[in-house]
Design a protein around this ligand. Structure first.
Ligand code: FES
Ligand SMILES: [Fe+2]
Length: 377
């Protein structure tokens, strides 16, 4: 073991890992993750170091920060991150933490290449170096060079910008391998940003992810959606770091709010908390940020390959409406499940081999990340 987790004593880490069975069983025999993983705040601390600090995280699409000085803020584990478009049109990311007393940054008003702390106004250049330190004369043994912003690694795939706190991550193209070929001729890089919606949901982040990863609940939780999908032909496929759910729409699509003429829709889950919902001409990305052990923030970004046309046709509006309706049904069930997971009557369940392959694959990766980080064999 021998890895530290901020805020947890070693004995506690030992106890947490010992109490949970991290062995991986085939889906036919596997049990679901123990409920403590969803209800004990200490497991979230384990996940912050073993999962969130190690994996690629979706920051945004390039079309969300098109111009020099544009920026966007995200959180990875306990770490706020700012992602910026520079004057050279590069994309850079830093821990969004001022080296003075920890304040947050934003691009300085009237500039495109200076970050300014929103607390006492220290300024930093786009290479992270500290430039302006107002009213700091008479401070001894202070060298600005020691107080630069800490950079965060970025990588771009098909216009999607990813960030990671891992110094030595799996190369992003390996993680995303095969997706482009599968969705062709749809190109994610063609998409233009339209709008964002955010929900704060009273459940552990993994409850939301588990729920996304199976169509098993569709007939019960989304009865209207169920009439549009060809549920018998719903497929789940898994790769190393992602899974794909694919459901053809049923032939009777007169009332289909998705207007999917050729019936193709791809639902990709990229481990650990990213979803790409891809339809011809349309992309919706979801980011699931933990906001405590029993709360998560779900960020939906909507994109269109021809945004103006999508607005003119009313597609954007009907997408937002359909998404909000389905999301509310998912929120209600996820919040109810979080309550169930806290109950004395529940610890672990089992998987449907036919319908819950994606959930099993996700939970397998969670276990693997923890075993690898703490070197448990
Ligand atoms: S915390 Fe940033 S200037 Fe004080
Ligand atoms: Fe759902």
């Amino acid at each position: 073991m021998g890895r530290n987790v901020a805020g947890l004593k070693n004995e506690r880490i030992y106890q947490l890992l010992n109490n949970s069975d991290l062995t991986i069983q085939p889906i036919e025999r596997a049990e679901t993750l123990p409920s403590a993983y969803y209800t004990d705040p200490d497991y979230l601390e384990i996940e912050r170091v073993a999962i969130f600090s190690r994996q690629w995280q979706l920051a945004c699409h390039e079309s969300q920060i098109p111009n020099p000085g544009d920026s966007i803020c995200r959180t990875i584990g306990n770490n706020p991150v700012i992602i910026i478009r520079t004057n050279e049109m590069e994309i850079k990311a830093f821990y969004n933490v001022c080296k003075h007393r920890g304040g947050p940054m934003s691009v300085k008003k009237g500039t495109t290449s200076v970050l300014q702390c929103q607390y006492h106004g220290w300024t930093y250049l786009m290479d992270g170096s500290l430039r302006g330190v107002p009213q700091f004369d008479r401070v001894e043994l202070f060298d600005k060079k020691d107080f630069g912003l800490r950079p965060v690694k970025t990588s771009t795939w098909e216009g999607l910008v990813f960030i990671t706190l891992n110094e030595n991550p799996d190369p992003l193209p390996n993680v995303m391998k095969g997706i482009n070929e599968r969705i062709a001729p749809i190109r994610i890089s063609d998409m233009q940003y339209h709008t964002t919606t955010v929900d704060v949901i009273e459940c552990n982040w993994k409850v939301y992810v588990d729920n996304y990863l199976e169509g098993y609940h569709i007939p019960i939780v989304h009865p209207e959606l169920a009439t549009l999908l060809d549920y018998r032909n719903y497929v789940t496929e898994t790769d190393d770091f992602y899974s794909l759910q694919y459901s053809p729409f049923s032939s009777n699509t007169a009332d289909n709010p998705y207007n999917v003429e050729d019936g193709r829709a791809y639902y990709y889950f990229i481990y650990p908390n990213i979803m790409l919902n891809i339809l011809p001409g349309r992309l919706q990305t979801n980011i699931i940020e933990p906001a405590g052990h029993d709360k998560c923030r779900v960020i939906f970004d909507f994109f269109y390959s021809d945004r103006q046309q999508a607005i003119a046709r009313g597609t954007t509006e009907s997408d937002l409406k359909a998404s909000a309706d389905i999301q509310q049904e998912d929120i209600d069930i996820c919040e109810a499940v979080q309550i169930g997971l806290r109950s004395d009557a529940y610890d672990k369940g089992r998987f449907s081999v036919k319908r819950e392959l994606g959930v099993w694959h996700f939970q397998k990766l969670v276990k693997q990340s923890i075993s690898q980080y703490f070197d448990i064999r």
